[in-house]
Ligand binder design. Structure first.
Ligand code: AMP
Ligand code: MN
Ligand code: MN
Ligand code: MN
Length: 292
């Protein structure tokens, strides 16, 4: 059973390959009703997204996916329902994004040592602006140049221990949550089962997150397997976190997400979700009407 709600997706403002308008049109075409645009470390696409969404009759929720370094690990924290005009949030995200180009230069140097030249120039061709440069853009370059098979560039070059991986210190968990809260948003741990954390590590993350004022955790995610989903559901329930749901859509040409943009799988009725904090509509009516 599907819900026309998707609280996590990307556009060309970060590492998605569709423009904001294209993302909204596709979500609408797929039957979506509520969509949060959550580009990495930026809210620059939100104003246009809101304008276009109102034209096509889709409810747009302002969001962001913040890169966080927690215990030396890269963790993603979603801010949902943030105020896109909040200066504090904007300034801090701009500072964070400035790290992307310098990290890209270091990635490129490492790839050169592995015999791959001009990776920086190559990756930059795939992204809208240098401050949105992502490993995803390097992956697209590596695949198109034949250095990796489709879907294999990360495992071969871009994850810890591989030739093109470099460390970066992103926002602290405390900072990310405080920026989100100060802009009236709610903080949600993105795809908790994607961090290779053991149960104890995940438990520690959740405890730190809650102490700092975080309220939600993605249970349904396009990058979660069914098993991940039940693990996340259990953790959310036992720690009193509200469940969130998002496709994590990036592109129609990859299989990173198994969910269609705009639609997510419905959670059990007894599961408390973030929806009442985000959506004004009567949720029972939404569920009953909009099963696709
Ligand atoms: P970055 O923010 O530049 O470090 O890139 C992180 C992004 O890379 C994530 O948001 C995903 O879109 C993508 N990503 C990370 N791991 C993988 C993977 N194993 N396969 C495909 N894409 C991945
Ligand atoms: Mn991404
Ligand atoms: Mn993520
Ligand atoms: Mn994402």
């Amino acid at each position: 059973m599907l819900l026309p709600v998707d609280l996590h997706c990307h556009s060309t403002h970060s590492d998605g390959d569709l423009s904001v308008e294209e993302v909204i049109n596709l979500a609408k075409k797929n039957g979506g009703k509520y969509l949060a645009l959550t580009d990495h470390d930026t809210i620059n696409g939100i104003a246009l997204a809101k304008e276009h969404a109102s034209k096509v009759g889709l409810k747009l929720i302002a969001g962001v996916e913040i890169s966080v370094t927690w215990n030396e690990k890269l963790i993603h924290i979603l801010g949902l329902n943030v105020d896109e005009n909040n200066q504090n949030l904007q300034t801090n995200l701009n500072n964070l994004r400035a790290k992307r180009l310098t990290r890209g230069e270091r990635i490129s140097k490492e790839l050169a040592k592995a015999g791959i030249s001009n990776a920086l120039e190559g990756a930059l061709k795939y992204c809208q602006s240098p401050e949105s440069l992502s490993r995803t853009h390097f992956a697209r370059f590596l695949v198109d140049q034949g250095y990796a098979k489709p879907g294999r560039a990360f495992d071969k070059y871009l994850v810890p221990g591989k030739p093109g991986y470099v460390d970066e210190t992103w926002a602290s968990l405390a900072d990310a949550i405080s920026w989100i809260k100060s802009s009236n948003g709610i903080a949600v741990i993105a795809h908790p089962c994607r961090y290779n954390l053991k149960p104890e590590g995940l438990n520690n993350l959740v405890q730190d997150f809650k102490k700092l004022g975080g309220v939600g955790m993605e249970v349904v995610s396009g990058s979660h397997s069914k098993e991940d989903e039940s693990i996340a559901l259990k953790i959310a329930k036992s720690h009193g976190l509200l469940a969130s749901m998002g496709s994590d859509f990036h592109s129609q040409n990859d299989n990173y997400s198994h969910l269609k943009l705009g639609l997510t799988t419905q959670l059990p009725v007894d599961c408390k979700t973030v929806l009442p904090l985000i959506i004004e509509e009567d949720l029972n009516a939404l569920n009953a009407m909009e099963k696709v």
